[in-house]
Structures are given as C-alpha cells and as structure tokens.
Design a protein around this ligand. Structure first.
Ligand SMILES: Cc1ncc(COP(=O)(O)O)c(C=O)c1O
Length: 441
C-alpha cells in the first residue's frame, strides 16, 4: 500500500476525538502522536479523516496476521455465533483444550513431562502466572530479572520490570524478593567487553555478585528473561547469554522463564525467539501476537511445574472461547505462511535500514531478527550519546508522511509490522524512514 495523507495532521475529526479523550480517559497512556483509527486491513490503517498509514507497529507487535485477516474474522465470527464466554475456570470447552494441545506442540520447552498452559488475558497476567507457578512449584521466593527488561505493569510483574522509572514511580512498594542483573546489550556492554570474544561475562554478575552477596541460588524460584528486550529497545540477547543462563538455572534448579510476549509468535521468523539460541526454557510467557488482537495471555510450562491444585490460580475471562478460536487460526496462518514471510521480508527490511547507516550518522545500531527490528539513534557514533529527542522527532516525521512507528527504550525506534508485510511495503517504510532521518538530522 502507499500511504496517503490528505491534510495536516491531526485532521478535524481526529482533533475533536482527542479533545473528548482528554476529558474522560486516563492520562497515563503514552500516546506519542495523534493517530485516531477508523479502520484497518492488512498493513494499512485508515484514520477518521481519510488518511492512510503504513503500519509498522502492529498495535505494539500484536496484529501478527495483519488487520482484519478474513480467516481470523471468520474464526472469531464462527465461535461468537456458538458461544462467546462460559468461563474456562469453571467449565470445559473444545477451543481451550485444542489451543493447549497446540501450544504444547509448538513451544520449545525442556523436559519430557509434557506441557501445560494457564490462560489469562494479557502479557502481564502471563508473567504473574509464571511467577506464582514457579514459587509454588519450587517453594522458593527469589526472582531474578534484568535491567532494561519489561514484563508488565501489575504489581508483581512490575517488580520484575526495570525499564523506565516512570513505570514504578510512586506506586510502590512492589513485590519483594526480586533482584536485577545486567542484560547482555552488546552495543552498550554493561561489563565493557567485546561481543566477538565475550562468553557472556555479564552473567558473572549474577553468579559472582547476586548469588554471592544477596540471595543464594537455592532461594531463587525463577529467572525471567526476554530473549529480545522489547520495550527496552529491541536489544537481542546473544545466543551464549541465553545458553549460559540455561546452564546456571539448570545447575541450581531455578525455573527459566522466557518472556516471549513481544518476541514470540513468529515475529522473529521462528515461533519463539529463544529457538534461535537453541535454548529450551522451563516456561514461556505468551501474549500479544497469539490471538491477532484479541486479549489472551498464556503461561506455558513443563507439566511437572504446573502442579498447583484447583483454586490456586484462575481468571474469569482467561482463555475466552473467542480468543482461543482466534489463536488457533493465528497459529495456523503463522505455520503455513507468515513465519516464513517474517524471515524473508524481515531480512529485506533489515538490509534496507542497514543501508541507511552510510547516509545518516544518527543511526548508531540496527539489530533484530525477522520483523522485530530496532534502530538505535545516537548523536555521536563514538560516544554513543543517546539521541532521544531526535528519536521522537523522527517518529513524528514518519507519522506525518504516513508511516506508523513506535519508540522503544530511551532512543531506539522499533519496526514491528504485521507479519503480512510485503517486500514493497518494506521498501516504502525504508523510503519514508530515510526522508524523516534527512529532515531531523
Ligand atoms: C516482553 C513483555 N512482557 C510483558 C508485557 C506486558 O504485556 P501486556 O501489556 O499485555 O500486559 C509486554 C508488553 O509490552 C512485553 O513487551
């Protein structure tokens, strides 16, 4: 599709709705630019004033199958026509069991005990379930997460989140028993090593500092890690970091939880990002891309870990029948077409953005896998001074030209389009990004 901007943004209808919103909607939402949506299809979003945008956000990495995919719409309508809700907490129904069977077949979880799924409605609930399950199974309380990580905003998940102070400000105290370790951000190595020769030395901090001075490993229930930090700036953990983490957790009987809420469901060209490292965790938190936009979060885990008795954990809406039907159809489309598209169009998009590095000194680093690509902007490539203001200006300049992007971290831009993105659309995105960088430089 070709973006079409018919007048100054925001247009009159958009402005009117934003004014109403400002009176009645919580001001805690982080709206970067004034997009007011009327309808969307494929990778195209139309606003209320008739402007057309190319979507490289997918509603924060959610609409894996594109907007209003006919097969998804059909699956939702079919299930809604049968029944919409009957509480999977209290009753049984086919779509939930089928989805649990399918999840068990696609997750790369360690061990031969089988896989069980707990169903919630969001990423943060998937993480809450992982926390409670790991504590219950191990009878330990400690939890390890990483600086820069984002795991959600309910008070338990928020205690793991170490992304931006504003997310924690004035709402504490948070859940106790959480310790943070450095994440392997190889562009800004936290322990000053070179990526080429590094053996994930940043994990020495966990092994030799946290375990030596703060909490002994046999008091730790779980380590929760994003294989690619999302909100933190699309920072790809090197394979050896995840592999060493697996060794450490296995040695100490700690549950390794992969938070694949953003990086999972085919976005990286594999079903789960951790598969690129050949690592099998004990549990995986899934949400966002799983149900093409319907609310669904899943904590999938080794069956022997999910040994909690009835009543321990549940959710009224979790695993809603319509969301499960959408998820089953989403997985079918990912397996038959879209994961492969994410890999090939992602490589094309990555190459196009990489090529802009020669032209734009603002680009410090381009990284990612498949259609999960981050571009870190810096004022100086040697000092790597973060270009946060410039990042916001580039995102806004893209919006004004009809390209929807989102920031991530302090100074990165994320490309997380629907996985139906075509090569031509990827080229359009690169062209507009190029123009925006030229304007802001
Ligand atoms: C990696 C990760 N985990 C957890 C969450 C929380 O998900 P939700 O916003 O659905 O609660 C997010 C949301 O951005 C995320 O990116």
């Amino acid at each position: 599709m070709v973006p079409r901007i018919v007048g100054p943004l925001p247009g009159p209808r958009a402005r009117a709705l934003i004014e109403r919103d400002a009176r009645v909607v919580s001001p805690s939402y982080t709206r970067g630019y004034p997009l007011v949506i009327e309808r969307a299809w494929g990778s195209t979003v139309e606003d209320v004033d008739g402007n057309l945008f190319l979507d490289c956000t997918a509603g924060i990495a959610v609409n894996a199958t594109g907007h209003a995919h006919p097969d998804i719409v059909r699956a939702i309508a079919d299930q809604a026509g049968r029944f919409i809700h009957m509480s999977g907490t209290d009753f049984y129904y086919e779509p939930q069991v089928r989805l649990a069977e399918k999840v068990a077949a696609i997750v790369p979880i360690e061990g031969g005990s089988g896989v069980r799924s707990f169903f919630g409605n969001s990423g943060t609930e998937a993480i809450e379930a992982c926390i409670k399950m790991a504590r219950h199974a191990t009878r330990r309380q400690g939890l390890i997460a990483f600086f820069g990580g984002f795991h959600g905003r309910t008070l338990g998940a928020l205690a793991l989140t170490a992304s931006k102070p504003v997310q924690r400000d004035k709402v504490g105290p948070l859940m106790p028993g959480v310790y943070h370790a450095p994440f392997a951000d190889c562009y800004r190595c936290p322990v000053g090593r070179e990526p080429d020769s590094c053996a994930a030395e940043c994990l020495d901090f966990l092994d030799q500092q946290i375990f030596a001075h703060l909490v002994s490993p046999d008091e730790v229930a779980a380590v929760v890690v994003e294989p690619i930090q999302g909100e933190g700036g699309y920072v790809v953990a090197p394979d050896q970091f995840l592999q060493r983490l697996r060794e450490i957790t296995r040695t100490h009987g700690i549950v390794l939880v992969a938070d694949e809420v953003q990086s999972g469901m085919g976005r990286t060209g594999r079903m789960f990002a951790i598969e690129h490292a050949g690592v099998q965790p004990d549990a995986i938190a899934i949400a966002k891309g799983i149900a093409s936009g319907l609310p669904l979060g899943i904590a999938a885990a080794r069956a022997d870990l999910m040994s909690w008795p009835p009543g321990t954990h549940a959710s009224t809406f979790g695993g809603n029948a319509v969301a499960c039907a959408a998820a089953l159809e989403t997985i079918r489309l990912l397996e038959t077409q879209l994961m492969a598209n994410a890999a090939s169009v992602g490589a094309h998009l990555m190459a196009g953005i990489q090529a802009l590095k020669d032209k734009h000194a603002l680009i410090g680093d381009v990284r990612g896998r498949g259609l999960m690509i981050g571009v870190e902007l810096v004022r100086d490539r040697t000092t790597k001074e973060r270009a946060g203001r410039e990042r916001d200006a580039v995102v806004n300049a893209c919006f004004e030209r009809g390209l929807l992007l989102l920031g991530a971290g302090k100074n990165a831009i994320r490309f997380s389009p629907p996985l139906v993105l075509t090569r031509e659309e990827a080229e359009t995105a690169v062209r507009i990004f190029d123009q925006a960088l030229s304007e802001v430089r």
